[in-house]
Design a protein around this ligand. Structure first.
Ligand SMILES: Cc1cc2nc3c(=O)[nH]c(=O)nc-3n(C[C@H](O)[C@H](O)[C@H](O)COP(=O)(O)O)c2cc1C
Length: 334
């Protein structure tokens, strides 16, 4: 979870409980000084987080990358050099990912929102690199942050539910699993809240689940208390879809920042470092890096608070250990 929501603290706590803890690679440099050396500073900050996480756990750590980041390739290479064994890649097509990461050095796990995109990646990787992904994350329309669906599609999420998308993805990957003689695990994400949900997803063919929202309100989560409190205070009707300068819809809590945007306020953008290839500062209504960093540091009125559709169900701050024990008990009961 970016920006800075899941860093070494949360990721290592999840890894210590037997999960795969994911560090978000985006927006890590010091905002005040980034203009001096954006690429170098972002890389150093990410390497620091990876090393911190590894110092806190012997478990599994992944790093998440957004394809639209201007320095994404540099960050991926740096992570693999630090010994990260799972590279998760979303928000953009991973056309060059296999060229950057030698086979066997790290697992490559693209995020997809449809069987169509899954097929595109499989076909391209097979033709260009004679490789297949080591796993896929299928993210449905109830997830938090940026979403791989159109605004119209998000108005009828039931048509794109994981129950509908997963069988399509499983069917699409089958010929490639046969050709390469190995399974491509599909990890589903978006709206998965309790052990019963996980058991259900496993029963319909998922190999695992990725969860975000529930882990925001944990003691270990790296985000400000104000951000966590916004989740605790939210009601179902406060969770909305908003337009992001990344060019994708995003799900967030409707706070002062979003209300100002709805009133058509455009903030003055000073951009020194072009973190996103797709952001046009002439038309962007705000700087998304700054808005997400504001939320992370607790200035929630000036910040964008990304959340999943189920954020309103979270009612207390607990430890990662408590959530994972509850999830396991729920899976067993189901
Ligand atoms: C605060 C927040 C930030 C997120 N940031 C990212 C991100 O930077 N990259 C990404 O691939 N997914 C991001 N996501 C999506 C999550 O990784 C996850 O797939 C999704 O939220 C799962 O749905 P859930 O929140 O209902 O569990 C974010 C989600 C949240 C809640």
């Amino acid at each position: 979870m970016g920006v800075r929501v899941s860093l070494s603290n949360l990721a290592s706590a999840v890894a210590n409980e037997g999960g795969i803890g994911t560090i978000s690679s985006i927006g890590l440099g010091d905002v005040e000084t980034l203009k001096n050396d954006y690429e170098g500073q972002s890389r150093e900050a990410l390497v620091r987080e990876i090393q911190r996480a590894k110092g806190m756990t012997d478990g599994h750590i992944a790093v998440n990358f957004m394809g639209v980041l201007s320095n994404v390739e540099d960050l991926i290479v740096a992570s693999v050099n630090e010994g990260v064994r799972m590279i998760v890649f979303g928000a953009g097509l991973p056309t060059r990912l296999p060229a950057l990461v030698e086979e066997g050095s790290a697992n490559l796990v693209p995020i997809i929102s449809s069987a169509r995109v899954g097929k595109l990646i499989l076909r391209m990787w097979d033709r260009r690199y004679s490789r297949i992904p080591d796993g896929l994350i299928l993210e449905g329309p109830l997830a938090g942050g940026h979403l791989g669906f159109s605004y119209d599609q998000l108005k009828q999420p039931e048509m794109y539910s994981l129950e509908i998308l997963l069988p399509q993805v499983l069917e699409t990957i089958e010929p490639y699993e046969d050709k390469f003689g190995r399974k491509i695990p599909v990890i589903v994400a978006g709206g998965i809240y309790d052990g019963k949900d996980i058991a259900h997803m496993l029963s319909i063919g998922a190999s695992g689940v990725q969860m975000g929202t529930r882990f925001v309100c944990t003691v270990e989560c790296d985000v400000s208390e104000e951000f966590k409190q916004a989740y605790l205070d939210s009601e179902e009707e406060d969770i909305v879809i908003t337009k992001s300068p990344v060019g994708m819809p995003g799900r967030a809590i409707r706070n002062k920042f979003i209300k100002d945007l709805e009133a058509d306020a455009k903030s003055k953008i000073k951009c020194f470092y072009r973190c996103l290839t797709v952001c046009d500062i002439k038309t962007a209504k705000y700087c998304i890096a700054l808005a997400l960093i504001n939320a992370w540091r607790g200035d929630v009125d000036q910040g964008l608070i990304f959340c999943g559709q189920n954020a309103y169900r979270v009612r207390e701050i607990v430890t990662v250990k408590e959530i994972i024990s509850e999830l396991i008990a729920g899976i067993e009961a189901a």
